[in-house]
Design a protein. Structure first.
Length: 84
């Protein structure tokens, strides 16, 4: 019984930390676009382009490439002062 309680507690408290992992590629791309609206810096343009390409790759069922691209987009957005 104690083990079940501990596993339940572990799962309950671990889920919020992993919430970002459950956001879709499109949601993450939309957040980047919204956060960087009006920002015309190099990093902002690159972040938006990478997010767009990530969405295209997901549409072509290449989830590995889409995940890598959206992560790169988020890194560029952070450099531009947007999504962190």
């Amino acid at each position: 019984m104690r083990i079940i309680f501990m596993l339940t507690a572990l799962v309950a408290f671990a889920m919020p930390a992993q919430a970002k992992a459950f956001d879709s590629i499109e949601d993450r791309g939309d957040k980047i676009t919204a956060d960087l609206q009006g920002n015309d810096s190099y990093h902002a343009h690159l972040a938006r382009e990478l997010a767009s390409i990530a969405s295209i790759e997901k549409g072509q069922h290449d989830l590995g490439a889409a995940k890598v691209l959206i992560k790169m987009a988020e890194q560029e957005a952070a450099k531009a002062g947007g999504t962190k």
